[in-house]
Ligand binder design. Sequence first.
Ligand code: AMP
Ligand code: GLY
Length: 424
Amino acid sequence: MNILLIGAGGRENAFSFKITQSKHCEKLFIAPGNAGTAQFGQNLDINVLDFNAVKATVLANNINFVIVGPEEPLVRGIHDYFLADADLAHIPVIGPKKDGAQLEGSKDFSKQFMHKYGIPTAASKTFTIDNLPEGIAYLESHTLPIVLKADGLAAGKGVLICNSITEAQTELTLMLAEAKFGKASEMVVVEEFLNGIELSVFVVTDGTNYVILPEAKDYKRIGEADTGLNTGGMGAISPVHFANAAFLQKVEERVIIPTINGLKAEGIHYKGFIFIGLMNDNGEPNVVEYNCRMGDPETESVLPRIESDFLELLMAVADENVANYKLQISPKTAATIMLVSAGYPSNYINGKTITGLENVKDSMVFHAGTISENNTIKTNGGRVLAITSLQNDLFTAVQQATADAGRVYYDGVYFRRDIGFDLL
Ligand code: AMP
Ligand code: GLY
């Protein structure tokens, strides 16, 4: 098969690494990719949101299988575009159509979906500019903290946790009346704050059956001990020991099965990944959010633990044969540490020369924001490299990943040295 993988991050580098291990992969193309994916296939410099450009590329390169990494092409309907085009309709696309991608593309949709199908989540109410005064009044008697979420995609910035009623009222007004997050905040979900420890569970479904991938914990804040601004993710570990069998069984019964059945009941034929962000509140799962894709950097911890043929799993999604796929998982622990640019998640400068990659001893290096220029690898994003070490236990994994992260250098390199330490 000739495969097109859409995306440019550490997630896509980890996908490339796994997919090219499969005997079914003849040629891998990555659009647009990065310096790491180029080691596994051919990068294609196209705008993946321009679906006509994607079509031209697919036809020119005889591509017959498409895997979509990030959410935006899915939310904008890349899968629907393929199905509606006579030249492309026969090519499988892994990732939901627009209807299913709403699980991530609209917080209001996902909350209504969870409430309708009895999936445990924070109580919520949605407001628009038309009922802003009602929203202001509603906040008066809300318990603190108050969580405000822009309905649409807001590059990970659309969730605000407010510690006073006045702050929440001000922010709700900014979002609805002043388009704080543009079109994404034309609708705002107001919800209760959930207590507990966060983790993520990943499901692959063909629309009827599903496979549960290893769970992971992501470290979102820029600073050690979970301080400072939110980022796309500064590290991850998998497995997560507090997600024991009893907890995961509750997740399957209360969340995964009702989600798959709910999608079916809505007439949504979902083929792809469902990322379920969970809060573990003393052993009870509550859903924080759904994403219609894999997580980043969670993928860089999860995929190295998959021992079975990952591409065969995706082929089973296309063939609606996931029920017969036997997932094999390594019992080892993966720890991933993200190396980021100075200034991230605020302003940062690209183009710093990366050295020392050859000194990494016992970890995998996944490129996130890198570019290759004249045989030199340079930084090209806020999140630059993900270093994953797979070891017999969490302590060794984080120790090795941290040591290897320290062997890589570029001007302004920063990473957290406490990934996984809260769980040791
Ligand atoms: P989301 O975009 O929905 O993933 O939200 C971003 C982050 O905000 C989550 O990963 C949580 O850390 C936090 N968050 C979102 N909703 C809640 C909630 N209801 N209670 C507590 N934290 C939340
Ligand atoms: N690491 C969180 C995400 O991928 O959304």
